[in-house]
Design a protein. Structure first.
Ligand SMILES: Nc1ncnc2c1ncn2[C@@H]1O[C@H](COP(=O)(O)OP(=O)(O)OP(=O)(O)O)[C@@H](O)[C@H]1O
Ligand SMILES: [Mg+2]
Length: 287
């Protein structure tokens, strides 16, 4: 018997407000396997963040109604008690939010948040310290960064701390919501390379949300295009870019000028070719 996919969404509808509200998101089917890099593209308001937060069971906090089925490694998440969901968040699935400051308490050094998360998932104090230090080194930061408060780190550095934590927890599914949109090109490339390393090291699957199709085309194996809350295309990235089927995808591509230039290459290709040993250039620089 083959193992179930890591993530399997079926007939998922998300709506806000009073019945009978039109769902803002309706996903017929979406499958992610171990190590998959799936891009979620779409214009502003298409439902990308809603899709990512729903997978993590976080839209219910915003008063959303979620129906259908979301299975993570065979386990149903829709209707799962919050306590159980909280245990899955971190070790099994994690979020890199668009605004990384929101992921860390402003009144605690980031290290406290990181070590607490590791302890919550069964590490001893010593183990947690060791794993945090190793994870930070992997993203070009050092243990000293743990004693800083979120406002004392740049956005890119905070995102790297979040990636280090996912790495320390060997997170199986990472939802990255526009993780690079506030960064310059070099910092963007570093974050993308780190996500590729995470996948190579732990087989982490990544749901990479971005409005930037050029970025997704270089990074992802597959791209799903959302339009008004519906998946209008879900195909291998290279095929989708070379021959978009939906008119809306063509429009999004036309708005991504970099795709008109030389062929885009990125961590996705390196992973496929087994060249996954690249670090983001530089070390503890400010991303
Ligand atoms: N908490 C909420 N209450 C009511 N409506 C919401 C809520 N969150 C999202 N929506 C609606 O759901 C739709 C999709 O929003 P979402 O944030 O998922 O879009 P997005 O694709 O992430 O856009 P952007 O690229 O601007 O981040 C929008 O129409 C939005 O108004
Ligand atoms: Mg969004």
């Amino acid at each position: 018997m083959t193992a179930p996919p890591l993530l399997h969404l079926r007939d998922v509808r998300v709506s806000f407000g009073h019945e009978p509200a039109e769902p803002v998101l309706h996903i017929g089917e979406l499958v992610l396997r171990r190590g998959d890099f799936l891009g979620i593209a779409g214009e502003s308001g298409a439902g990308k963040t809603t899709a990512g937060l729903t997978v993590l069971g976080l839209t219910r906090h915003a008063g959303a109604r979620v129906t259908g089925s979301i299975r993570l490694a065979g386990e149903e998440l829709v209707g799962m008690p919050e306590r159980r969901l909280r245990r899955l968040r971190g070790a099994t699935m994690a979020l890199i939010p668009q605004n990384p400051a929101a992921a860390f308490s402003p009144v605690l050094p980031v290290g406290t948040t990181v070590l607490r998360a590791l302890r919550l998932h069964g590490c001893t104090r010593a183990e947690a310290r060791l794993r945090a230090a190793t994870g930070l080194k992997g993203v070009g930061l050092h243990e000293g960064h743990l004693s800083r408060y979120p406002h004392q780190l740049s956005g890119g550095q905070l995102q790297r701390v979040a990636i280090a934590l996912a790495s320390a927890l060997s997170t199986r599914l990472l939802v990255a919501d526009e993780p690079t949109s506030s960064l310059d090109v070099t910092a963007q490339a570093r974050i993308c390379a780190l996500l590729a390393e995470l996948r190579a090291a732990h087989g982490t699957a990544v749901l990479f949300i971005s409005h930037d199709l050029a970025l997704l085309a270089g990074l992802c194996d597959r791209i799903a295009v959302l339009h008004r809350g519906q998946v209008i295309e879900d195909r291998p990235a290279a095929d989708l870019v070379a021959a978009p089927r939906a008119e809306h995808t063509r429009r999004l591509l036309a708005a991504a000028p970099r795709l008109g230039g030389p062929a885009v290459s990125g961590p996705a290709e390196e992973y496929r070719e087994g060249r996954n040993d690249r670090r983001g250039e530089g070390t503890a620089g400010d991303a």
